[in-house]
Structures are given as structure tokens and as C-alpha cells.
Design a protein around this ligand. Structure first.
Ligand code: PLP
Length: 332
């Protein structure tokens, strides 16, 4: 199974934008065995260390703070090699993810109370991981927010995209949290001299690019603290996307492309729509879709959840606008 990480499909989305302009592609990371792009990060930070004998089932313990996709990626690798994995999550972690982690044999520790000063859960989770890592003998903390092996794993993500488009990638839209994906893609682009404009897609209320921190509803992209992996030059442009824009774009993705994608994928679509007027006709724009929509059925794809939080907004994605559904016309 672990051999199926990576080599995900790059699919053309030709019904997404209402005007014919850029050629839009999505890198479908939900095709990884754990269901997300974070399988690549987990493999990059842990797999080589296991294979080289640095981490062994007899004595090593992997500890990490993650409430979702990275935890699932780590859990499946640790299970396969028989390593103990302690995962520190917080009360916002979905029941589905907790169940997956348990099924994969991870030991789950839940942080309930936020930091009294900031009201944030992340600092408390990180403090607990630091404590576990310093008290458990032979503990290994991958530390996705600072570990250079995280971005290194994503150089391959960009290589796959570049190869699929014969090097012709004019724009890349990538959601950011640890910044592993974006940094890895950006490092590859700079190293190989590709002429790709890299657009970071962040959440409104995220601290990554220095904006004031605000509560966010949709997990995946955004971070409450600026990660060590973030650099000044990793992105050419930054677009901040609201929770409502994510919801609208995810729903539009289904309507126009029949793609059930996660919240941060919707964020890249929202960013593209905002940015599209600046992209020349015929240019290739690639969106990285970090995960699928099955983990968001109780939120983004629940009419009740959406109406409770944003009011009656379905008209924002229900109308077809000027979309012509070219696939249907071609089928005729
Ligand atoms: C669904 C989803 N989108 C986007 C990201 C951000 O990716 P990165 O941590 O590489 O910046 C993550 C990270 O966990 C994620 O789970």
C-alpha cells in the first residue's frame, strides 16, 4: 500500500470557469492510500528513517500533533512497520478521523482546554507533544511545521505536475498550513528554473502571512502560528480565502465538475476565480487538491451546517451562471 503513495492523477477541469481562458488542472491527492497529500509528508519524514534502521519497532515511538490527514498518513506507516504512534489531537478533531486513527492502531490523546492567553488549541497540543518527545525514550517527533523532510517530499509532487504538462506550468495554486507542500513545489520550481507563478492560498484569519488571527471553521489550510518552514520567497502571490468562499467553491466543484473535494481544494478554486482575470488565455493553471470531500460531509456538504453558519446561501452555487458544460455538448 505504501508504494501507492504519490503518482496521483492530474485531471483537466474544463467546466469550472464560466469563461474559456486558462486551462485548469487539479492534482488529485485524495488518490493517496490515506486519502490525502499528507501521506507524502508522512512518508518523507518517517519512511526513510524506518528503512535505514534509525527508527525500529522495538524501541522507537513516533509522536505528533495532527488532527487529521498527517495523523492518518503516519498511522498507516507506523502500523505497517509495527511502530508505536502517539497522536495528540484536540477536541475539534472529527469523530471520523478519531475512528480512522483508532482503527489504524494509533494511540490518541485529546487536548480539551485551549491556551488561556490566546484561546488557541494548537499551542497546547504542541506543548504536550514536546513533553512526550522529551520524556519518552527514543521518541521521534516528525514536527511537520519545521522538518525539512516535509517540503522535500513535495518536490516530487511538483515534479509529477511538471512532467504531466511537459514543463509547461504557468500558475500553481497551493493551500498552506505547515507550508510543506508549497515550499517543496516552490523549491523544485526555483531549482529547475521553471517559469511558474506560485500562488499561496491561505485562510482568512491565519497567521502564516502576518494577518491577525481569527477563528476559522474549516480545517486543512491556515495556521494559528507562522510555521518555521515559511519563507519570504516561497510564494509569488498570496490569496486569503474566507470559510464561506470555501463552501461556495466546493459546492460549485460538484456542480460543474462532479468532484467531491475537501475544503482547502475549494479554497484553491476560490483563489483561482479571484485571480483568473490576470491569467492569459491558454495558460496552464494547476490547483493542488489536498484531499477528498468525504471528511466534510457533516460540514461543507451539510445544508443544515451551512445554513446555520452562513444563512441561506445556496443561490451562490446553484445558478449555472454562463457555464456551458462543454462535456455535455461534446457528448452530443
Ligand atoms: C486538507 C489539507 N489541505 C491543505 C493542507 C496544507 O498543506 P501543508 O501542511 O503542506 O501546507 C493540509 C495540511 O495538513 C491539509 O490537511
Amino acid at each position: 500500500m505504501l508504494g501507492t503513495i504519490g503518482a496521483t492523477p492530474l485531471v483537466r477541469l474544463d467546466q469550472l470557469l464560466s469563461r474559456r481562458g486558462p486551462r485548469v488542472f487539479a492534482k488529485m491527492e485524495s488518490f493517496n492510500p490515506g486519502g490525502s497529500i499528507k501521506d507524502r509528508s508522512a512518508a518523507g519524514m518517517v519512511l526513510d528513517k524506518i528503512r535505514s534502521g534509525e527508527l525500529t519497532p522495538e524501541r522507537s515511538v513516533v509522536v505528533e500533533s495532527s488532527s487529521g490527514n498527517l495523523a492518518i498518513g503516519l498511522a498507516q506507516i507506523c502500523r505497517y512497520y509495527g511502530l508505536r504512534f502517539i497522536c495528540v489531537i484536540d477536541a475539534r478533531t472529527t469523530l471520523r478521523n478519531r475512528s480512522i486513527l483508532k482503527a489504524l492502531g494509533a494511540e490518541v490523546e485529546v487536548v480539551e482546554r485551549p491556551d488561556p492567553q490566546t484561546g488557541e488549541l494548537l499551542p497546547v497540543r504542541l506543548a504536550r507533544v514536546r513533553e512526550l518527545a522529551s520524556t519518552i525514550p527514543h521518541a521521534y517527533w516528525p514536527n511537520q511545521y519545521a522538518n525539512p523532510l516535509n517540503p522535500r517530499a513535495h518536490e516530487r509532487t511538483m515534479q509529477e505536475i511538471a512532467e504531466a504538462l511537459h514543463g509547461d506550468v504557468d500558475y500553481l495554486f497551493a493551500a498552506v498550513s505547515s507550508c510543506g507542500t508549497l515550499r517543496g513545489c516552490s523549491d523544485y520550481v526555483r531549482r529547475t528554473g521553471m517559469a511558474t507563478t506560485i500562488v499561496a492560498v491561505d485562510a482568512m484569519g491565519s497567521a502564516i502571512f502576518g494577518a491577525p488571527v481569527m477563528p476559522r471553521l474549516i480545517p486543512g489550510h491556515g495556521a494559528a502560528v507562522r510555521p518555521d518552514l515559511a519563507t519570504e520567497t516561497m510564494a509569488d502571490e498570496v490569496v486569503h480565502v474566507s470559510d464561506l468562499e470555501c463552501v461556495i467553491s466546493c459546492r460549485r466543484l460538484i456542480r460543474r465538475e462532479a468532484v467531491l473535494a475537501g475544503g482547502s481544494s475549494g479554497a484553491t478554486v476560490a483563489a483561482l476565480e479571484r485571480y483568473a482575470a490576470r491569467i492569459p488565455d491558454g495558460a496552464n493553471a494547476v490547483l493542488i487538491f489536498p484531499d477528498g470531500g468525504d471528511g466534510y460531509l457533516d460540514t461543507i456538504y451539510s445544508d443544515e451546517w451551512v445554513t446555520d453558519r452562513f444563512g441561506e446561501v445556496s443561490h451562490l452555487w446553484d445558478s449555472n451562471g454562463s457555464t456551458t458544460f462543454p462535456a455535455y455538448q461534446e457528448a452530443l
